[in-house]
Design a protein around this ligand. Structure first.
Ligand code: PMP
Ligand code: GLN
Length: 378
């Protein structure tokens, strides 16, 4: 078969979760919580079904949910999006990203991605007939290198994908990063695709730098977020896109023939649940406590901890433990030590090897302690 995606295999997340299951390992690989969402949210789904919300909702999403999303963005980041024309509910961030790229990127265009990056970006760009231009984040710190980004801009550059808080490095962008990006793009027509799925997981009192805070970026930007991360329901696959009306009109042209719309009862449940900001406002403290538990548990080990400023990931340098390449190390760790992790190399187009592995700490404390018992012996 003449493949559209010849270089793509099964994602590393699926591979490592299967290996963890096969070996009874504690799965700190694929990013998902091992605890349930709030019972009030779960009950709201049943209530929505019983109330008869079981047929197609409007194409762009249930109006009450779009209104709740717009209100949240305005309250947190100070930008007003019109729920009628500038917000669309999606089947998770994955569909939001693919639909954005198919709608706005043309064959022959270039899209800048900052490596390491989430594994769906490049295949999405390839499916749009465009080219991913890989620019590395600064080795070691994973901070954006604006000189390199500037050097990658060409007349064919259509968009740049930015992701903060960042999967996999757990860094977050600072105000000066946003300013520099805005400055760099000012003379261009380059779009910003902002993957903000971890927007509510930023630690140590830092604010999340949504592009919604920065008018020069928001005017040329598409914001992607995901309720799966925020409300501990990754399996629901509900997210959203916020963008200026002209960009959103193009997004919806593709969205209506991609999924048309997203399941009704969960949208109603999320709309009702979003009325209370406490769950997402409490998320930084909730995950910071897990981060700190995990970091303290590894402090005496030979795994060197990288900073974790946001997201629910913790990266470690394992060079003092093993000189296996990253995927081999993660397989060994899963099979022999009983803890699954994700190799950072999986997030690089060229498979860059640094002896780094990513753990997900979105787990019950007893799960983290079980993993730590095994890791501490390394
Ligand atoms: N972007 C990033 C950076 C992610 O980590 C994830 C989830 N792994 C997604 C997008 C996809 O989110 P969703 O599960 O809502 O499709
Ligand atoms: N985003 C999750 C992660 O980075 C995994 C999602 C998936 O399995 N595709 O671990």
């Amino acid at each position: 078969i003449d493949s559209r995606l010849p270089r793509v295999g099964t994602t590393i997340f699926t591979v490592m979760s299967a290996l963890a299951q096969q070996h009874g390992a504690v799965n700190l690989g694929q990013g998902f919580p091992d605890f349930e969402g709030d019972p009030a949210l779960l009950d709201a789904v049943t209530a929505a079904m019983r109330a008869g919300h079981n047929q197609y909702p409007p194409m762009a999403g249930v109006p009450a949910l779009r209104e709740a999303i717009a209100a949240k963005i305005e309250a947190l980041y100070g930008r007003c999006f019109d729920p009628g024309e500038e917000i669309t509910v999606t089947a998770g961030a994955t569909q939001a990203l693919l639909t954005t790229i198919l709608a706005l990127v043309h064959p022959g265009d270039e899209v800048i991605v900052l490596d390491p990056c989430y594994d769906s970006y490049e295949p999405n760009i390839v499916l749009a007939g465009a080219t991913a231009v890989h620019v590395p984040l600064t080795p070691g710190s994973f901070r954006p290198d604006f000189a390199r980004i500037a050097a990658a801009l060409t007349p064919r550059t259509r968009a740049i994908i930015v992701n903060t808080p960042h999967n996999p490095s757990a860094t977050v962008w600072r105000p000066e990063d946003m300013q520099q990006l805005a400055e760099l793009l000012r003379p261009t027509r380059v779009l910003v695709i902002a993957d903000e799925v971890y927007e509510h997981m930023v630690f140590d009192g830092q604010p999340h730098q949504s592009i919604a805070r920065w008018p020069a970026l928001a005017e040329r930007g598409v914001i992607v977020s995901s309720f799966g991360k925020t409300y501990h329901v990754t399996g629901w696959k509900v997210g959203y896109v916020a963008a200026p009306a002209a960009l959103m009109a193009e997004f919806r042209k593709v969205h209506q023939f991609n999924v048309f719309t997203v399941n009704t009862p969960m949208q109603h449940a999320l709309a009702a649940y979003m009325a209370d900001p406490a769950p997402y406002l409490g998320l930084p403290a909730f995950y910071q406590a897990k981060r700190d538990l995990f970091r303290q548990g590894l402090a005496g080990s030979r795994l060197r901890l990288l900073p974790s400023e946001g997201s629910y990931f913790q990266c470690v340098d394992y060079a003092a433990v093993s000189d296996l390449p990253e995927e081999a190390f993660c397989r060994w760790l899963t099979e022999q030590v009983g803890v699954a992790a994700i190799p950072l190399a999986a997030f690089y187009a060229d498979g860059t090897e640094q002896r780094l592995a990513r753990f997900c700490f979105a787990k019950r404390d007893d799960t983290l302690l079980r993993a730590l018992e095994r890791l501490a012996a390394l």
